[in-house]
Design a protein around this ligand. Sequence first.
Ligand code: NAP
Length: 300
Amino acid sequence: MPSVIVITGGASGIGKTTAEILAKQFPNKTIIITSRSQHSLDEAKATIGQNAEGYQLELTDPASVAAFAQTISSKIETNTWTVAAFIHNAGMIGNFEKSKAGIEKTFHANHLGVFQLNSLIFPALLKSAKVEPCRIIVVSSELHDPVVAKTVHMPFPTFRDPEELTFQNSPDGKGYAVGVAYASSKLCNVLFTYELVKRLPRDSGITVNAFTPGWIPGTGLARNTGVIARSVDSILSPFFSRKLQRSCASLASIATDVQWKDVNGKYLEMGVDKKSSDLSYDAALQTRLWQFSENLIAKF
Ligand SMILES: NC(=O)c1ccc[n+]([C@@H]2O[C@H](COP(=O)([O-])OP(=O)(O)OC[C@H]3O[C@@H](n4cnc5c(N)ncnc54)[C@H](OP(=O)(O)O)[C@@H]3O)[C@@H](O)[C@H]2O)c1
């Protein structure tokens, strides 16, 4: 049965470069990428290669997430595909805005959409993993960790209750800070990874790890930031092209190389199993975020 690797947000930046590496390395595997734009998908497929397939996905739109999950699940259910790896890479930084569901967009795109997508595809992934083991990788950021963020004078997560991140009771986003929202959503990625590992059925054939690519200016991530941040990002971009390749090669390796086969519940950077933030190991917070997210998506 054909085997696929799914990379959300694979039409630009880290996702696209990783897709290019994987498509070249595994010509017999299909590389599934997603984007909010059909035009971006068409352009990306042309450079990734013949074995790339593209699907539209808007993580802050529950109907779009459900449609994409349905596509993936039905391919598995009809024995069209097995999924060798599922890389939750898509992510954003942005000024205060709410999704149509009334939830702050960074939290919605970076965590809640990932949570919804995983919940919907998980039964099919379990089925797929009976045929071929599946590696779920959640792309986080080192900025989730105050210790790292402080060394580079960047904002870090300060929330204690996930409810704070939705801004559901704040129409004007009073107290919202772009960097804090981003870092908080990236902490959610790690908390989600660790909680999902706890919930994996025994001998499921699925592993789940968090991954941080390190700082890589020049991807599309800064597109919604201010003019100064965008200019700095673009000036620095040429100096980071080798790091982009190295980091994406590391992500591609975690998704496919035999050395990572049984690695589960880790936070990985450049092929190294690292310690994530102290708060990310808070088992009660992991469970609270899971249950809170479950309640939110139940209303969709
Ligand atoms: N670059 C860095 O320095 C850095 C550092 C640490 C972690 N990261 C993480 O690495 C991942 C990739 O980021 P990148 O740097 O490669 O930036 P990027 O080029 O902007 O890629 C992000 C991807 O996410 C997709 N995306 C954004 N919002 C979305 C939404 N609402 N629904 C669905 N897809 C959405 C975009 O797809 P379309 O625009 O095509 O729809 C885009 O392809 C992110 O999770 C980011 O947090 C990046």
